[in-house]
Design a binder for this molecule. Structure first.
Ligand code: DLL
Length: 450
């Protein structure tokens, strides 16, 4: 059943599943959900207790509508189960571990059985094929290899598909440029911010990757990126950019990805059941509304019921011209915990990015610094300007600063300090870019309170 199949509408890795009539898909989902709920009830005290409390157990599940009656899972719940409290298989069955970065404390460990690894390779192959990757192509994989799921998750898909993997991992950017230029890979995979760093480094070395007809496809994810970044990456590298989404707790990359129609990311719904919840109340929201993505994963080692991702998006159930019948999610707007509240106004870093990148004078290298002065929140936007603007001198910089301040005030209703900095001033990231510096957090940690 698996294997590339091409139809006049496009290419699929698994035609049968990806274009399955919705009714049949629902049947398959319910079958797998039933097994998963039973397994979690039997093996994980956290779920058994929650289901017993709610008086709704594995035998009560009669349709997919009952999903909302199952317990939700948060990252904090997983941390309480650290390291292997959410395992439903025996330790001998585990063939791989990954872990989330755990920037805010205890990491979350994800375990995979052999079957899970096969399933991961399969969903990743679907995502690669949806972006146009074919057996025989060279895939320059610059996602980090290691506990992070990016590098090895893509590896699983590339191998499954039968394409050639160039396992670069992140870093040593000059070497990335020479490998891209010398080998002539058709596909680049990395975070969108690192794609921009590769493009910038290539420019510095006098290598014009955009002019190389061999590089055609970029598959970017692991962080929020706007359409403006997409346009910049596509222009700088001369490729078509595809968005891919995923998270360690659920499997890694491969949960959802764009097809050539670029109308959102198709969720691999036969393994991952999506819902949208109100981020504040946890209530289920009707189709089409924006809210927090919640995912149920039907895999073997660590299946999770209704995991609250904190990623804000919207689901689109309308048919897609590519022929896939799976529901699509909008590109993630931001994480609910990345939303900044500045003197009562809610702002997402991606909204600031959109304003910045409307102007050719600014580069996509920016940072948003939030602080507190005299009990008031302050916002500072630091952004690099292009070399030509920097050389134009202080009067040009002053008027650009004023313009940006004005736009942030008009469009987002926040007053911000703007600091324009020289090209190359900002730190470059080899993985996920760090756009927000919240000094209020540092302060709270220093004083032990908020
Ligand atoms: O970032 C998995 C991944 C690797 C996805 C490579 C795509 C490509 P984590 O490190 O656990 O896993 O981080 C998961 O990253 O909850 C989102 O907030 C964010 N994220 C992932 N993909 C996207 C995307 C990997 N396409 C967290 N757009 C998620 C926006 C994304 N945010």
């Amino acid at each position: 059943m698996a294997g590339t199949s091409t139809t006049e509408k496009g290419s699929y890795w698994n035609l049968q599943v990806e274009t399955m009539p919705r009714k049949r898909l629902a049947k398959l989902q319910l079958e797998r959900l039933r097994k998963t709920v039973r397994r979690t009830y039997e093996k994980i005290p956290f779920y058994r207790e929650a289901m017993d409390r709610a008086g709704f157990g594995p035998d009560d599940l009669s349709s997919l509508d009952d999903l909302v009656r199952l317990p939700t899972t948060t990252k904090d719940d997983l941390r309480l189960g650290y390291p292997l409290g959410f395992l439903t298989c025996s330790q001998e069955e585990i063939v791989r571990f990954h872990a989330s970065s755990g920037t805010t404390g205890v990491p979350v460990i994800a375990a995979y059985t052999r079957k899970d690894m096969e399933l991961w390779g399969d969903v990743m192959a679907r995502c690669l094929v949806a972006a146009g990757v074919q057996p025989g192509m060279f895939v320059h994989n610059a996602y980090g290899y290691g506990l992070f799921t990016g590098g090895l998750g893509f590896q699983a898909g590339i191998q499954r598909l039968g394409a050639a993997e160039v396992p670069m991992s992140g870093g040593m950017t000059q070497r990335q440029v020479s490998f891209l230029a010398d080998l002539g890979s058709q596909v680049l995979t990395c975070t969108p911010s690192y794609a921009l760093v590769i493009a910038e480094t290539a420019r510095g070395l006098g290598v014009d990757l955009a002019a190389d007809p061999r590089l055609q496809i970029g598959i970017f994810g692991a962080e929020v990126w706007t359409d403006s970044i997409r346009q910049q990456v596509e222009a700088a590298l001369g490729l078509r950019a595809y968005n891919i989404y995923g998270l360690t707790e659920i499997i890694g990359p491969g949960v959802a990805a764009e097809c050539p129609a670029h109308r959102g990311l198709h969720i691999q719904e036969d393994w991952f059941l999506p819902e949208i919840l109100d981020p504040d109340t946890g209530e289920s929201l009707p189709p089409g509304e924006q809210g927090e993505l919640c995912l149920t994963t039907l895999k073997e080692a660590m299946p999770l019921l209704r995991f609250r991702t904190k990623d804000l998006t919207r689901l689109d159930p309308d048919p897609c011209p590519c022929g896939r019948t799976t529901v699509r999610m909008d590109p993630v707007l931001g994480r609910s915990d990345d939303m900044l509240t500045i003197r009562g106004v809610n702002v997402f870093p991606s909204e600031i990015e959109i304003i910045l990148l409307r102007h050719g004078e600014f580069s996509p290298n920016y940072q948003v610094v939030v602080d507190r002065e005299h009990l008031m929140d302050t916002l500072e936007v630091r952004v690099e300007v292009t070399p030509a603007v920097w050389e134009a001198g202080s009067s040009v910089l002053d008027s650009l600063e004023a313009l940006l301040r004005q736009e942030l005030l008009e469009l987002l209703a926040v007053s911000a300090k703007v600091q324009l900095v020289a090209p190359g001033w900002m730190p470059r990231s080899e993985g996920k870019a760090k756009r927000i510096v919240d000094r209020r957090d540092l302060d709270a940690k220093k004083h032990g309170s908020r």
